[in-house]
Design a protein. Sequence first.
Length: 134
Amino acid sequence: MFPGRFNLRDRSSCAAQRDNQAKQANSHPAKSEKKTISLAGRVGLGGKTIVSDRDSRIWKVVNAEMLSGAEGRQVTLKAYTEAGSSEIRVTVVRLREERTAAKLDDAAFPKVVETVPPFFECCKKLGISLPSFW
Protein backbone atom coordinates (compact mmCIF):
# COMPACT_ATOMS: atom_id res chain seq x y z
CA MET A 1 0.00 0.00 0.00
CA PHE A 2 1.08 3.47 -0.77
CA PRO A 3 0.55 6.28 1.68
CA GLY A 4 -2.43 8.53 0.86
CA ARG A 5 -4.18 5.84 -1.18
CA PHE A 6 -7.33 4.02 -0.15
CA ASN A 7 -7.80 0.35 -0.22
CA LEU A 8 -10.76 -0.26 -2.56
CA ARG A 9 -11.92 -3.25 -0.56
CA ASP A 10 -12.22 -1.18 2.65
CA ARG A 11 -14.02 1.61 0.83
CA SER A 12 -16.54 -0.69 -0.81
CA SER A 13 -17.27 -2.49 2.46
CA CYS A 14 -18.02 0.87 4.17
CA ALA A 15 -20.37 1.82 1.34
CA ALA A 16 -22.07 -1.57 1.56
CA GLN A 17 -22.57 -1.13 5.30
CA ARG A 18 -24.15 2.29 4.74
CA ASP A 19 -26.45 0.83 2.08
CA ASN A 20 -27.51 -1.96 4.44
CA GLN A 21 -28.25 0.54 7.20
CA ALA A 22 -30.32 2.67 4.81
CA LYS A 23 -32.27 -0.39 3.62
CA GLN A 24 -33.00 -1.43 7.19
CA ALA A 25 -34.24 2.05 8.03
CA ASN A 26 -36.54 2.04 4.99
CA SER A 27 -37.75 -1.52 5.48
CA HIS A 28 -39.25 -0.63 8.89
CA PRO A 29 -41.35 2.46 8.27
CA ALA A 30 -42.50 4.31 11.37
CA LYS A 31 -45.50 2.56 12.85
CA SER A 32 -48.55 4.73 13.30
CA GLU A 33 -49.00 5.40 16.98
CA LYS A 34 -52.61 4.35 17.63
CA LYS A 35 -53.78 4.86 21.15
CA THR A 36 -57.05 4.27 22.95
CA ILE A 37 -58.73 7.24 24.57
CA SER A 38 -61.80 7.70 26.76
CA LEU A 39 -63.75 10.82 25.97
CA ALA A 40 -66.83 12.57 27.34
CA GLY A 41 -68.59 15.23 25.35
CA ARG A 42 -71.50 16.34 23.18
CA VAL A 43 -72.11 14.80 19.76
CA GLY A 44 -72.45 17.20 16.84
CA LEU A 45 -75.02 17.10 14.05
CA GLY A 46 -74.88 13.96 11.95
CA GLY A 47 -72.58 12.30 14.47
CA LYS A 48 -69.54 13.49 12.51
CA THR A 49 -67.98 15.47 15.36
CA ILE A 50 -67.79 15.42 19.13
CA VAL A 51 -66.80 18.31 21.40
CA SER A 52 -64.85 17.23 24.48
CA ASP A 53 -66.16 18.38 27.86
CA ARG A 54 -62.67 18.57 29.36
CA ASP A 55 -60.88 20.87 26.93
CA SER A 56 -63.56 21.76 24.33
CA ARG A 57 -61.47 20.06 21.64
CA ILE A 58 -63.36 19.15 18.48
CA TRP A 59 -62.82 15.56 17.31
CA LYS A 60 -63.75 14.34 13.83
CA VAL A 61 -65.43 10.92 13.96
CA VAL A 62 -64.34 8.57 11.16
CA ASN A 63 -67.15 6.04 11.71
CA ALA A 64 -70.08 8.43 12.29
CA GLU A 65 -72.61 5.57 12.03
CA MET A 66 -71.60 4.57 15.58
CA LEU A 67 -73.04 7.87 16.86
CA SER A 68 -76.24 7.89 14.80
CA GLY A 69 -79.18 8.60 17.07
CA ALA A 70 -77.03 10.41 19.63
CA GLU A 71 -76.84 13.77 17.85
CA GLY A 72 -76.80 16.68 20.29
CA ARG A 73 -76.61 14.40 23.34
CA GLN A 74 -73.98 13.91 26.02
CA VAL A 75 -71.97 10.69 25.59
CA THR A 76 -68.99 8.88 27.03
CA LEU A 77 -67.01 6.88 24.50
CA LYS A 78 -63.86 4.89 23.88
CA ALA A 79 -62.03 5.35 20.61
CA TYR A 80 -58.76 4.92 18.77
CA THR A 81 -56.78 7.93 17.61
CA GLU A 82 -53.45 8.42 15.90
CA ALA A 83 -50.83 10.58 17.58
CA GLY A 84 -51.20 14.22 16.64
CA SER A 85 -54.48 13.66 14.81
CA SER A 86 -57.93 15.02 15.65
CA GLU A 87 -59.69 12.05 14.05
CA ILE A 88 -61.08 9.20 16.13
CA ARG A 89 -62.57 5.76 15.40
CA VAL A 90 -65.28 5.08 17.98
CA THR A 91 -65.47 1.59 19.50
CA VAL A 92 -67.83 1.99 22.50
CA VAL A 93 -70.60 4.58 23.08
CA ARG A 94 -72.55 5.20 26.28
CA LEU A 95 -75.28 7.82 26.52
CA ARG A 96 -74.97 9.98 29.61
CA GLU A 97 -77.89 11.02 31.74
CA GLU A 98 -78.63 14.69 31.31
CA ARG A 99 -79.94 16.44 34.38
CA THR A 100 -82.77 18.84 33.67
CA ALA A 101 -83.48 19.81 37.28
CA ALA A 102 -81.28 20.21 40.30
CA LYS A 103 -81.17 17.37 42.78
CA LEU A 104 -82.26 18.51 46.21
CA ASP A 105 -79.56 16.46 47.92
CA ASP A 106 -76.79 18.37 46.10
CA ALA A 107 -74.30 20.44 48.07
CA ALA A 108 -75.94 23.54 46.57
CA PHE A 109 -79.06 22.75 48.62
CA PRO A 110 -77.90 22.13 52.17
CA LYS A 111 -80.39 20.76 54.66
CA VAL A 112 -82.01 23.52 56.65
CA VAL A 113 -81.66 22.98 60.35
CA GLU A 114 -84.29 24.88 62.23
CA THR A 115 -82.44 26.82 64.90
CA VAL A 116 -84.97 29.64 65.16
CA PRO A 117 -88.25 29.00 66.99
CA PRO A 118 -91.26 28.80 64.72
CA PHE A 119 -93.00 32.01 63.68
CA PHE A 120 -96.01 31.68 65.95
CA GLU A 121 -93.91 31.08 69.06
CA CYS A 122 -91.90 34.23 68.34
CA CYS A 123 -95.08 36.27 67.97
CA LYS A 124 -96.43 34.99 71.32
CA LYS A 125 -93.18 35.83 73.11
CA LEU A 126 -93.15 39.33 71.65
CA GLY A 127 -96.83 39.86 72.43
CA ILE A 128 -97.84 40.34 68.81
CA SER A 129 -101.41 39.39 68.09
CA LEU A 130 -102.07 37.62 64.83
CA PRO A 131 -105.19 37.92 62.72
CA SER A 132 -107.77 35.20 63.32
CA PHE A 133 -107.32 33.52 59.94
CA TRP A 134 -103.83 32.34 60.95
